[in-house]
Design a protein around this ligand. Structure first.
Ligand code: ASP
Length: 361
């Protein structure tokens, strides 16, 4: 989708730290939506509407500038090419800003957070994704607190003048989370996100309390690497009792397919019917990388625990440990996009790159 990118005005230069500058990138999402009078459906709307409903931004004590995706989108329309677009914006303006906030719909926020965390390698500044469950124009909106706090986190520095959170995060409903560890877990509540397998990086109450020991430490002697590599030849195959040969076959026979996120049961178990293992064996022989990710929200894959899991391990299915489906999928896209061979992708999938998984035992 072609976007017109508008580099807008300075919103405010405050009193305390006039030098701090945060770039607010507006991609769309509920936060800026309005109701269509005829259909009653929420539709993306322009930034001036959002800005008009956010006089609080003017009271921030640092500079906020804006960069708009025009038209804004419902995040169900998110795509790898838009992720590349966002990375371009950040790369172009990286040296001019202390931090970045991305306004984004919540529906695919965990995918975007996972992709961007891997595309922004050795990130030295905060990039915070946020949005809301209710539009900013609604009295009970959760958008105001989310946006104001995300901006403050993006501008926050430690005593040495370094950013407190130099990594890609999601901030929603008082919780600051590593982006590639998040999952959207609630379609209705304001508390829509969690970080099931990694501690929160911070919590906002009367103050914002950061958990420094869990925050990534970049190598400040090295440059940030803006990675645009992306190969969409990947798929998610979710197991269910009664899954048929045709369903599995259809996934594994997709022309050009290179990687499969196999959503298994519990600690990484699958059926051991001969037709199922034969199909996986055949796919692995065709050099398709199959990554085992659990369907459970909490915990991870330990294929050695059960015979059914061990079968997968012996076939050459690679463990995703406690990675989310969103992070596994986007990591496959990036590794194949970088031109890695299937053997290299097999080796690299279980190795943490930006803190997206933990290997236990
Ligand atoms: N459909 C919306 C979106 O993801 C939902 C939201 O923002 O919460 O853009």
């Amino acid at each position: 989708m072609p976007f017109k990118l508008l580099y807008l005005h300075k919103i405010y230069a405050g009193m305390i730290d006039r030098n701090a500058k945060v770039l607010l990138i507006y991609t769309g999402g509920t936060i800026g939506m309005v109701e269509n009078a005829e259909t009653g459906a929420l539709e993306p709307f322009n930034f001036s509407h959002l800005y008009a409903n956010m006089p609080e931004i003017k009271r921030l004590k640092f500079n906020v500038e804006t960069y708009l995706f025009d038209p804004p989108i419902d995040s169900s329309d998110m795509s790898p090419s838009i992720w590349q677009h966002i990375v371009h914006v950040i790369e172009d303006l990286y040296n001019e800003f202390d931090g970045f906030v991305i306004l984004h719909g919540t529906d695919t926020m965990a995918y975007t957070a996972s992709a961007l965390s891997l595309m922004l390698d050795n990130l030295t500044k905060p990039v915070i994704l946020t949005g809301s469950q209710l539009p900013i124009g609604k009295l009970r909106t959760d958008g105001k607190e989310n946006l104001i706090t995300a901006l403050e986190i993006a501008a926050d520095k430690d005593a040495a003048g370094r950013p407190i959170v130099p990594e890609l995060c999601v901030y929603m409903q008082n919780l600051l989370m590593r982006g590639n560890r998040t999952a959207k877990i609630n379609a209705n509540n304001f508390s829509a996100f969690t970080s099931p397998n990694y501690p929160y990086l911070g919590e906002a109450g009367l103050n914002i309390r950061y958990s420094g020991q869990f925050i990534l430490k970049p190598d400040y002697t090295k440059p940030v690497y803006f990675n645009y590599a992306m190969d969409p030849h990947v798929v998610i195959l979710k197991l269910f009792p009664g899954i048929t040969k045709e369903v599995v076959q259809a996934h594994l026979a997709i022309p050009g397919i290179k990687g499969v996120v196999l959503e298994t049961y519990g600690t990484g178990n699958s059926p051991i019917y001969p037709w199922f293992t034969d199909m996986l064996r055949d796919a692995i022989e065709r050099e398709i990388v199959i990554v085992n990710v659990t369907q459970c929200l909490y915990g991870g894959v330990e294929m050695h625990r059960y015979e059914n899991g061990q079968r997968l391990e012996k076939l050459g299915v690679v463990s995703g440990h406690d990675i989310t489906t969103e992070a596994a999928l986007t990591k496959l896209m990036i590794l194949f996009g970088e031109g890695k061979t299937p053997a290299e992708v097999n080796r690299l999938m279980p190795v943490p790159r930006r803190g997206e998984l933990t290997v236990r035992g």
